[in-house]
Design a protein around this ligand. Structure first.
Ligand SMILES: Cc1ncc(COP(=O)(O)O)c(C=O)c1O
Length: 395
């Protein structure tokens, strides 16, 4: 009996993920510039670290309330409201070990086998895995450069079937770094109401937007509070990925059951991380703005580099990613990423990892200060590939 026949049938991904493979290749090389993972190179701000250290010294070494410490849930409620979100009571907020775990809790709690969950394509891939484990069907809403990779109300409407149950909106989106315009979010909400959908609104990057782009929180729209689960966390805005802390918030008829699943999975989120998150939300907020400006500067550097190579990209409006179309280089995106890694020692991921239905795009994250060098290394590889294609064609 081989390993894969012993795995449950619900497990679809039976081998190492492409990300694991690329990481293994990168580990075997020296001086790789990593534009891969969505993990800020910036450190957690010092006052947040200090709050964690103080909490440990003061005995925050135990389980907490299963939903999270009350002061943190109150701070999350205040924070959501301060940025135009819904009015959540602390008992309708569940603190989780990262927004990532929240996805699986929500999927397991709400999806029956055969139910359909609509996800943006390309979009953050763990939503697909969460749906799979719940035995549900993932319906991909394909987006393209035509709408700057944003889902529209018409696209949602076109994918509705009698089995449609959940719509996932990721705003700003990962991997595309694009923001769905507020007016479009309002129109999508109307479709959700018309078809009685539950919306998972992933707003984890909502504090990181550029230019005049802003995020419309879904649950604050008329008639949406009762059908929306807001998912977010501290990882991105406060550079706290390693603390593993996030949350979800929803209507009172759903939260107690979802909270119990989280309780069974985690008992509670790490106490130290909750105290640090409390300091993040209630302390000075200029650290978020400082980091946002750093990503904004890197965003410009990366766009300049791509412009110089004649490579087009979705307009980056939020999060810390650029989604670029490498088809003009003359090879598929997955093969290009591997060649760029081996020859240029620059790591980035092909869009296929995020469910892209083409092999044309790559995601580059802005989580390193070495963007100019990454761009000149990339240009050297791109020039070589194009030159080889030209001389090969002439030969
Ligand atoms: C769109 C999106 N949602 C949620 C998460 C989960 O983040 P965490 O588990 O660190 O809170 C990520 C992580 O990259 C993400 O990109």
């Amino acid at each position: 009996m081989d390993g894969s026949s012993r795995l449950a049938t619900r497990v679809k991904l039976k081998d190492a993920h492409l990300i694991t493979r690329m990481t293994d290749i990168a580990d075997g090389l020296t001086d790789v510039i990593k534009l891969g993972r969505g993990d800020p190179d910036l450190d957690t701000p010092a006052h947040i670290i200090k709050a964690g250290q103080d909490a440990l010294a003061n005995g925050a070494t135990h389980y907490t309330h299963p939903l999270g410490i009350p002061a943190l849930r109150q701070a999350i409620a205040d924070n959501i409201r301060a940025y135009g979100g819904a009015d959540y009571a602390p008992e309708n907020i569940v603190v989780t070990p990262g927004g990532q775990q929240a996805m699986f809790i929500i999927a397991l709690a709400l999806l029956n086998p055969g139910d359909e969950i609509m996800v943006p394509c390309p979009g953050y891939n763990p939503y697909h895995q969460a749906a799979e484990l719940a035995g549900a069907e993932t319906v991909h809403i394909r987006t393209s450069m035509a709408t700057n990779f944003c889902v529209t109300a018409e696209m949602v409407e076109a994918h509705i079937t009698p089995k449609s149950k959940i719509l996932v909106l990721i705003n700003p989106n990962n991997p595309t770094g694009t923001v769905t315009p507020p007016a479009e979010v309002v129109r999508i909400a109307e479709v959700a109401k018309k078809h009685d959908l539950i919306v998972i609104s992933d707003e984890i990057y909502s504090r990181l937007t550029y230019g005049n782009h802003t995020v419309q929180p879904v649950a604050a729209l008329p008639g949406m509070f009762e059908r929306t689960i807001t998912l977010s966390g501290m990882s991105k805005a406060y550079a706290m990925t390693g603390w593993r802390i996030g949350y979800f918030a929803g209507p009172p008829d759903l939260i107690p059951a979802l909270a119990e699943i989280n309780h069974a999975f985690a008992i509670s989120t790490a106490s130290v991380s909750q105290h640090a998150a409390l300091a993040a939300l209630t302390g000075p907020q200029d650290c978020v703005e400082d980091m946002r400006q750093i990503y904004d500067g890197r965003r410009r550097e990366l766009c300049n580099g791509l412009n110089a190579m004649g490579i087009s990209y979705a307009e980056p409006q939020g999060a810390f990613y650029i989604y670029a179309n490498v088809a003009s280089v003359g090879m598929g995106a997955a093969a290009f990423c591997e060649r760029l890694l081996r020859e240029g020692r620059v790591l980035m991921y092909p869009g296929t990892i995020y469910g892209d239905y083409t092999d044309d795009f790559v995601r580059m994250s802005l989580t390193t200060h070495r963007i100019p060098e990454a761009m000149s290394r990339m240009k050297a590889v791109v020039d070589r590939i194009r030159h080889d294609a030209l001389t090969g064609a002439q030969a």
